[in-house]
Design a protein around this ligand. Structure first.
Ligand code: ADP
Ligand code: MG
Length: 210
């Protein structure tokens, strides 16, 4: 398994414990985690990406328990193996779309390639925004740029938080098909957390949070 969790729990200071169902996702598999607002989806995704440390349980990515790594080890591991699509994406506002993606390649120690960037932006339908500042993008365009940034380095595991919530039905379908295609092309595991029930029919595995 590329990613698996066991007996995972988490607690924000002063709040009650959240317990998560066990997950596993193999190479080329897609997993949808569906739950209402406040059910812990973002928390779970941040645990899977090593941004939060679990209270108990294990999170194995490529056989490494990411919950047991130090902060800097987890950052390095994430850069090499995990692409995160955040619910609230932040970009470097002084840079344009292309420069933000060149930066993502550099930070991961990858060779920079404008060709790869343009190809991915074309697949996402925002190639004409290449030279635009990120502050000039609509919410849906930012969401697609966030996906581009997560995928540009072809990570083994793609974690996406509400990647379609700001998209209309047509773009929702395009984006989810593209995420699945790119995951399949790269043999990546794709895990999406969302409250968007439009995504129900697309995934090979589903887990409900409540
Ligand atoms: P979802 O993404 O499903 O809407 P979250 O993971 O964001 O859910 O939140 C799960 C629960 O944890 C909610 O009750 C929320 O209020 C609480 N929570 C989220 N972030 C924090 C935080 N930084 N500190 C304390 N409680 C938090
Ligand atoms: Mg959330």
């Amino acid at each position: 398994m590329l990613l698996s969790t066991k007996d995972l729990s988490f607690e924000y200071p002063g709040s009650s414990e959240m317990v998560f169902p066990d997950l596993d996702c193999g190479s080329g598999e897609t997993h949808l985690i569906l739950g209402p607002s406040g059910s812990g989806k973002t928390t779970l995704l941040h645990l899977l990406g090593g941004l939060l440390k679990p209270k108990s349980g294990s999170i194995k990515v490529n056989e490494i328990d990411i919950g047991k790594l130090s902060g800097s080890e987890a950052d390095k591991f994430r850069g090499q193996h995990i692409g995160l699509v955040f619910q609230q994406p932040h970009f470097v506002s002084s840079l344009n779309v292309e420069e933000n993606l060149l930066l993502a390649q550099k930070l991961a120690g990858q060779p920079t390639s404008s060709g790869k960037i343009t190809e991915l932006l074309e697949q996402l339908g925002i190639a004409e925004k290449l030279k635009k500042k990120t502050s000039e993008l609509s919410a849906g365009e930012k969401q697609r740029l966030s996906i581009a940034r997560a995928l540009i380095n072809r990570p083994a595991v793609i974690l996406a938080d509400e990647p379609t919530s700001a998209l209309d039905d047509d773009n929702c379908k395009n984006v989810i098909n593209l995420l699945e295609d790119l995951a399949a092309q790269n043999g990546s595991a794709l895990i999406v957390v969302t409250h968007d029930k439009r995504l129900m029919d697309y995934f090979s595995k589903k887990t409900l949070l409540n």
